[in-house]
Design a protein around this ligand. Structure first.
Ligand SMILES: Nc1ncnc2c1ncn2[C@@H]1O[C@H](COP(=O)(O)OP(=O)(O)OP(=O)(O)O)[C@@H](O)[C@H]1O
Ligand SMILES: [Mg+2]
Length: 366
């Protein structure tokens, strides 16, 4: 297993008669051997392009890709020992599942026939494919194809494993079991891995670190806790977390942040510049309904959704344009138009500069 470094990696798609697309704009990442890096970002931000460059399926426009200390940027895909499982499977239709898994292993010097067959069977068992080994891809469901693609990537014992939405077609139950097995395999075998997913829960539960990407650039890299607890920008704060963080424009006061004439949020460590325009971020779970005496503010319930594990209230605050999402205990019932008294967790409020949209210095580590 090897570490992987991306150095100032860039990709511009140029096509005649069309404007250039700068899909990846110079990204730098060091992934230590055995780490699983989750790559998160909105559609079109350059995630797949990045993986395709690492796999050698797309030429790089600039920068370098280094695996185990050597540049692979100029090598053809088959000379990079990289396992890929992308959303579109790329299985060979005439071959059985077993043959698909074994394909190319002998040519790569990965043991004799019997040894390869045993490895294929073992991997199939771990990904619950044993019953499908003799089937052809054409007859499989999309979830089954996806698991074959994953098993095929893993059975190669690659230096680097690249997974682009590898579980997107599985149903909820299978996704859960496959996710757990994937994590176990990745740990056991020590693959250096990049996982692209739209599923935040998947990223937060599987990844050692997460990179958040936007418009071809990486905005922040950190452990799931760092990204969640100390987002570096408004975009990262907004993108990570379900239900989404509340983002409320306000003005710094000596003791906190004023959201409107009627509403000021007290902070344990207010920033020093009264009058500065900021955006206050507070996650729905960090706002609590409390008794009137303990409250920071009063609001009116607009909608209350009783969900299985929690309640979600949308609350209107006096003079504040943005509605506030509040997560409550599941057994708390709130009625529409009911008045609620709320308190923000003072240690878990995030402040961002209204112009630069970056976290205020000293606020990141709250
Ligand atoms: N072959 C191509 N030719 C031209 N432009 C492309 C090509 N492939 C991707 N792009 C463009 O490059 C940008 C990044 O695309 P990419 O597929 O890497 O995004 P992504 O983050 O994987 O998105 P998604 O989450 O939707 O899969 C997009 O603007 C896309 O339209
Ligand atoms: Mg993609």
């Amino acid at each position: 297993m090897s570490d992987l470094a991306l150095r100032a990696l860039r990709k511009t798609y140029s096509r005649k008669g069309r404007p250039d697309v700068e899909a990846v704009r110079g990204i730098d990442v060091e992934i230590p051997s055995g780490e699983l890096l989750g790559l998160l970002g909105p559609s079109g931000c350059g995630k797949s392009t990045t993986l395709r460059m690492i796999a050698g399926l797309e030429e790089v426009t600039g920068g370098d890709i280094v695996v185990g200390g050597s540049s692979v940027a100029a090598l053809p895909p088959q000379r990079r020992n990289i396992g890929v499982a992308f959303e579109n499977y790329a299985l060979y239709p005439p071959l059985t599942v077993a043959e698909n898994l074994a394909f190319g292993l002998a040519a790569r010097g990965r043991g004799g026939r019997a040894e390869i067959a045993a490895r294929v069977r073992e991997m199939a068992a771990r990904i619950e494919l044993t019953d499908l080994l003799d089937a052809k891809p054409g007859g499989l469901s999309s979830g089954q194809k996806q698991r074959v693609a994953l098993a095929r990537a893993l059975v190669r014992e690659p230096d680097v494993l690249l997974l682009d939405e590898p579980l997107s077609h599985l149903d909820a139950a299978q996704r859960d079991t496959t996710r757990r097995e994937l994590k176990r395999l990745q740990r056991d075998l020590g693959h250096t891995t990049i996982l692209v997913t739209h599923d935040q829960e998947e990223a937060l539960s599987l990844a050692d670190r997460i990179a958040v990407m936007k418009d071809g650039e990486i905005l922040q890299i950190g452990t799931p806790d760092e990204i969640y607890d100390a987002p570096a920008t408004l975009f990262v704060a907004d993108f990570v977390g379900e239900p989404a963080i509340n983002l409320l424009p306000g003005t710094v006061t000596p003791g906190g942040v004023r959201l409107s004439d009627a509403v000021t949020v007290a902070l344990s460590r207010p920033p020093l510049e009264p009058g500065r325009s900021v955006v206050l971020g507070v996650r729905p779970e960090d706002v609590r309904p409390v008794g009137e005496d303990d409250a920071d503010m009063r609001g009116t319930v607009v909608v209350y959704e009783p969900l299985l594990e929690m309640g979600l209230a949308t609350v209107r605050l006096d003079g504040v344009a943005e509605p506030l999402t509040v997560q409550t205990d599941p057994d708390l019932r709130l009625d529409r138009d009911q008045t609620v008294h709320l308190r923000f967790d003072r240690d878990r409020c995030h402040l961002f500069d209204a112009d630069t949209q970056r976290a205020l210095p000293g606020m990141e580590n709250r």
